[in-house]
Design a protein around this ligand. Structure first.
Ligand code: AMP
Length: 213
């Protein structure tokens, strides 16, 4: 099987070709068609399996398919949410800033031929540049939970229109004590959304979390 057999849009296939990949990995072969169909996904995958492209590619496909390119005519900016903010369309939560940065880099790599914007958000750095970036409009937000909740508390973030929610390395997130933060984030998301959960292991705690999703 080749990437071209998976039903991904041409701009995504071009970005994949630029990376020099033609054959999807096993997780990509399974995850990409399932996510394209719009269903929820619970996937067992470790780092190094190609899982990031496994969710990034179909996520970008769906986001691009359900909205015309940004700014179609002069003067008509992106649709604005409550209080003038541009809503986030996809949220990817990761346990660490390193992983957040890596995943957002993949979103940029695979989305480079699409009019989709992304941003990485984590703590330990200034809030203001993140607030400015959010104001400019972000489609795909890759974040660690703590800073995400800080922004929500400050009213600088609108998660009410998230269409796709990804929990990456969910087992590591639970190991690091993020369960309460995850629950708080879930409460901010709209009930109707697509959920993707990736985990290397499946404890009862992960299964319980998956049930909540
Ligand atoms: P990940 O498991 O998402 O961290 O990806 C591990 C590495 O595999 C990354 O460096 C990817 O760029 C690379 N990769 C992803 N998909 C493929 C593929 N289909 N063929 C070869 N390498 C890939």
């Amino acid at each position: 099987m080749l990437f071209t057999d998976l039903g991904l849009a041409e701009p995504l296939l071009r970005a994949v070709r630029d990376q020099g990949y033609d054959t999807p990995t096993p997780i990509q072969r399974q995850a990409i068609p399932a996510v394209l169909k719009g269903g929820d996904l619970l996937a067992g995958a470790q780092t190094g399996t190609g899982k990031t492209a496994g969710f990034t590619l179909p996520m970008l496909h769906r986001l691009a398919a359900t909205r015309p390119p940004r700014d179609p005519a002069p003067g008509s900016g992106p649709q604005r949410g409550p209080r003038g903010r541009v809503p986030i369309r996809a949220l990817i939560l990761t346990p660490t800033r390193e992983l957040a940065a890596q995943v957002e880099e993949s979103v940029r790599t695979y989305g480079k031929y699409l009019p989709i914007t992304s941003m990485v958000m984590f703590g330990g750095v200034g809030m203001q540049p993140q607030i400015d970036a959010l104001r400019r409009g972000v489609d795909v937000l890759v974040a660690t939970p703590g800073r995400l909740l800080d922004h929500h508390q400050q009213g600088t973030l609108d998660l009410s229109r998230v269409e796709i929610f990804v929990l990456d390395e969910a087992d590591r997130m639970l190991d690091m004590g993020f369960i309460h933060d995850i629950r708080k984030v879930l409460a901010l998301l709209p009930p109707k959304r697509q959920n993707l959960l990736f985990s290397a292991t499946f404890s009862d705690e992960i299964k319980a979390l998956a049930d909540r999703l």
